[in-house]
Design a protein around this ligand. Structure first.
Ligand code: ACM
Length: 641
């Protein structure tokens, strides 16, 4: 009998350990983690031991504020070392070379929580992991004394794969306030991103105060508010007010930089030239090669480019700075003097992408520049510009960075390349022994739709979570030492507000976070997807919007041998049931379950589809017209166009 009791106890103990293992869902996945039986319950008075380091102070305030707000506990921070303190944040006296500058060791035992790191950044990341071990309500804003505030016992060793773990936020196409950018930073650091790339200038707005060039924000920061599908808007009329937009004052920028630094985030400023520069040209028309630029306006989403010929686009208005005009270099010198002073980060991104050349081709000034400098084509003209620009950036003590178009016509000597048109630009730059950040459209473009176009605000391409998760920053043919890391980009042409910015970012940024932090061999889609579902609840608790597209059906339309429309359905994640109707009513779990390709009834107009896991509806009610399916079958096209 005794034997039976102890056997039963062992089984129960194992079950407890397993159920706790299931609850642990850390994103990005740590380098190594083991779970032990038991947990640590937070006491009513939480003693936090932390080193007295100024760069850690703001993080400690955040730490204790969050604990106080949600658990209702009293939190006391002390520098006095004592093994009975509740949470011990310890800087290693002799550095642990394995974990580097940003890594940490985290141990939760029934007696307390200890985080060890070599540097304050590591302690900060250890804390981010600790939040994920606590109940999801820790992400909320309410005190919740009914929750069992406890963390499972774990031992974690963790450090990042890449030093550059970036998200880009385009604040030019639509302006986002300082407070909204701060919120973006709050969300990104939870997943250990350490770099915010701010796309500060474009055809639709100049967003940073440059004191020596006041027109940039007096004129260049404002356009006409339009909603609908950006790129197709009617041209603004003179009576429509140009009062939409905004900019960051230099004080705002300093505050943002400080806010980011307190959370161990660097801000990379981007000033996008020589293309994408209409706001600058409108502010100072003498920077253009084209007569009549003084009649231009900051773009309000009307068509200004013809993309039908591919890259580079053909401009309908000249949105470029003129490489043959000395005033342009004086202008850029002034801009960069102030930008370099405002942003302590060592790099400045100077854009360089999608620069149309058709107006340069018509310019006498460009023709004489080509003659004088022996430039053979427009790519070499842009390369001449980029090389001069690199010198200006370097004269301000910064490193020069640009999109992969800066390779064309010859790369500036020390330029760092951000590879966005796939990975080939990055491969070529690395072959030329330049540093690279990988940011390919194919895996990390957060402006693309996350599901079928019938479910999402329309953008010209789709990028699903599962594809994001396949992002690999180091191509096989490249020496890893040239790859600084990876970055996902949120362009905001079609993003009109902050809730939608969040929706486009999450959960895809979870996948990117894992691709740039976790060891390659730790990546596992099924495991990641299960953790992501747990993080949906955390995002809900944090009131951060996300796209639940992983639950939605994926449609495939084709034709049978005898020419009938055939519809196949699947889901991004395993284990979902797909229920459907062709009779216009709303399906639920009592409707037919999809098991094999379907031939729609002859006169059916639409199908409605919903996914379930067991008894729980998960996906959104998806309405797909038969006409759309027919169109895709006829044109052999998928949902991403
Ligand atoms: C880019 O997406 N044009 C860099």
């Amino acid at each position: 009998m005794k034997k039976l009791i102890s056997f039963t106890l062992v089984i129960l103990w194992c079950m407890l350990a397993v159920s706790q293992t299931e609850q642990v869902a850390i994103i990005p996945a740590p380098v190594s983690m083991s779970t032990q039986a038991g947990h640590f319950g937070l006491p009513k008075i939480i003693k936090v031991e932390a080193p007295n380091r100024p760069e850690l102070k703001p993080a400690l305030t955040l730490f204790s504020d969050k604990l106080k707000t949600t658990t209702g506990a009293e939190v006391n921070i002390t520098a006095v070392e004592n093994s009975s303190n509740t949470v011990r944040l310890i800087l290693n006296k002799s550095p642990n070379s394995t974990i580097g500058k940003e890594g940490y060791d985290l141990k939760v035992t029934p007696a307390g929580i200890t985080v060890r790191a070599n540097e304050p950044a590591g302690l900060f990341y250890g804390i981010q992991t600790l939040w994920q071990l606590l109940p999801k309500e820790i992400e909320g804003q309410k005190s919740n004394k009914k929750i069992k505030w406890q963390a499972p016992c774990v031992t974690i060793e963790d450090y990042p794969r890449f030093a550059w773990r970036g998200l880009m936020f385009d604040v030019a196409r639509h302006f986002f306030t300082k407070e909204q950018v701060e919120r973006y930073i709050d969300d990104m650091v939870k997943y250990k991103f350490n770099l915010l790339h701010m796309h500060l200038t474009d055809d639709e707005g100049w967003r940073i105060e440059i004191k020596s060039l006041p027109n940039l924000t007096k004129v260049g920061a404002w356009n006409v508010k339009k909603v609908g599908y950006f790129g197709t808007f009617s041209a603004p009329t003179p009576d429509e007010p140009r009062d939409y937009g905004g900019f960051y004052s230099q004080d705002d920028i300093r505050e943002l930089v400080k806010y980011a630094k307190e959370r161990f985030v660097n801000i990379l400023p981007e000033i996008d030239v020589p293309g994408h520069s209409l706001a600058a040209v409108v502010s100072y028309p003498e920077l253009s090669c084209t007569p009549g630029a003084d009649k231009y306006h900051v773009r309000s989403g009307e068509e200004i480019m013809d993309w039908s010929h591919g890259q580079p686009p053909v401009a309908l208005v000249d949105n470029t700075l003129c490489p043959a005009n000395e005033k342009v270099y004086d202008f850029l010198d002034k801009v960069l003097t102030e930008v370099a002073q405002l942003f302590p980060f060592g790099y400045i991104h100077m854009g360089g992408d999608e620069c149309p050349k058709n107006y340069w081709e018509k310019s006498d000034a460009i023709k004489s520049l080509m003659q004088k400098e022996g430039l053979k084509n427009m790519e070499e003209v842009q390369s001449y510009f980029e090389k001069r620009l690199e010198k200006i950036v370097e004269s301000k003590g910064k490193k020069f960075m640009g999109w992969d178009e800066i390779l064309e016509g010859g790369l500036a000597p020390d330029a760092i390349v951000m590879s966005w048109r796939g990975i080939k630009g990055g491969i070529e730059a690395a072959r030329q022994q330049h540093q690279v950040v990988m940011s390919p459209t194919t895996f990390v473009y957060l402006d693309y739709m996350q599901a079928d176009r019938v479910m999402e605000p329309h953008v010209y391409a789709t990028l699903r979570l599962k594809t994001c998760y396949q992002f690999e920053p180091v191509p096989d043919s490249v020496d890893a030492k040239y790859i600084m890391g990876g970055q996902a980009n949120l362009w905001t042409e079609q993003v009109y507000n902050m809730r939608h910015a969040q929706y486009m970012t999450w959960p895809r940024a979870l996948a990117i976070a894992e691709c740039v932090w976790s060891p390659k061999d730790k990546k596992n889609w099924n495991d990641f997807e299960a953790r992501t579902e747990q993080h949906f609840a955390r995002l809900d608790a944090a009131e951060t919007k996300y796209d639940p597209a992983v639950y939605d059906p994926i449609f495939k339309a084709s034709k049978t041998a005898d020419g009938k429309l055939q519809i196949e359905m699947s889901t991004e994640i395993d284990g979902l049931d797909i229920h459907y109707s062709f009779d216009n009513s709303f399906p639920d779990k009592f409707y037919p379950k999809y098991t094999q390709p379907l031939i729609p009834p002859k006169d059916a107009v639409e199908m409605k589809v919903i996914t379930y896991r067991g008894d729980n509806p998960l996906g959104r009610m998806t309405v797909m017209s038969i006409q759309e399916m027919q169109r895709r079958a006829d044109r052999k096209r998928s949902d991403d166009e």
